[in-house]
Write a protein of this length. Structure first.
Length: 266
């Protein structure tokens, strides 16, 4: 929604979303971003009602079915963004009231910086309230500071001002990480192969032994040290799938090394 006349000096916000067959959850995602001055959706060729729902909710939708990687799609989002600030929201994420208020306060401040987000994880229909998640991802930028994204496997933001401050937002995004066991099994291949391709590009070695060490370490870290065991069956499944991905990354790196380039294409 455009800023009202007379408030041109107020910094504006664009929320940018990448989609592919997200019809079952895109409404909740976009509804949580309805306060933004502009919502841009770049769709990768959905065959469900993702595009129709997004347009009905007032988003500016652009369809690019020629998948060339996340960096290319994010650069397409950049090309359509007009706000002073740009926030990247995933289709499986929802902004709660506390997150929305903090985001709006940052935009009003006009500060030139980059902000990272953290998640409240939801898996298999249950919020993993006791799971201590520490990972952060850069999501909020001043639009004029974000030059482009690069990288075929793991996209990275290139800034016009590399030395700007980095902050971590206090409020957390609600992230519907894994909805069903079947969906998690289907995604296991994609995530494992993408991770293997990233490690191959970095010159790392694979193998079953390395995979077992990585998977076991990941499971212990999540399930025991980060209190996944307090989250019931959903917590166990979440930790197990993440550990399996860690194992198969290294297995694929060893045994599917000649096919890893295919994993960056859908």
């Amino acid at each position: 929604m455009p800023a009202e006349r007379g408030s041109a000096a107020r910094p504006t916000l664009t929320v940018a979303v990448l989609t592919l067959n997200e019809g079952h959850r895109i409404e909740a995602c976009l509804a949580s971003a309805s306060f933004a001055d502009q919502i841009v959706v770049v769709d990768s060729g959905s065959t469900d009602d993702t595009v129709a729902v997004a347009r009905r909710l007032g988003a500016q939708v652009h369809v690019y079915p020629d998948w060339q990687g996340f960096a290319v799609q994010r650069n397409r989002l950049l090309a359509h963004a007009t706000g002073d600030y740009l926030f990247f929201l995933d289709a499986d994420e929802v902004m709660g009231p506390d997150f929305r208020e903090e985001l709006q306060a940052i935009v009003r401040s006009g500060e030139r910086a980059v902000w990272k987000i953290r998640w409240r994880m939801v898996a298999f229909g249950h919020e993993l309230r006791y799971l201590r998640t520490t990972s952060t991802v850069e999501r909020l930028f001043r639009r004029d500071m974000l030059r482009e994204y690069v990288g075929v496997v793991h996209e990275e933001a290139v800034l016009t001002e590399p030395g700007v401050p980095r902050h971590v937002m206090r409020a957390r995004l609600l992230h519907h990480s894994r909805e069903t066991v079947r969906g998690s099994l289907e995604k296991l291949t994609q995530y494992a192969m993408l991770g293997a391709a990233k490690r191959a590009a970095a010159g790392k070695r694979g193998g079953v032994g390395r995979g077992l060490a990585s998977g076991a370490s990941m499971f212990v870290r999540l399930y025991v040290l980060r209190l996944g065991f307090l989250c019931g069956g959903a917590g166990f499944l979440y930790c197990l799938f993440v550990a399996l991905e860690a194992f198969f990354r290294y297995a694929a790196l060893e045994y599917d090394s000649d096919r890893l380039s295919e994993s960056v294409r859908r």
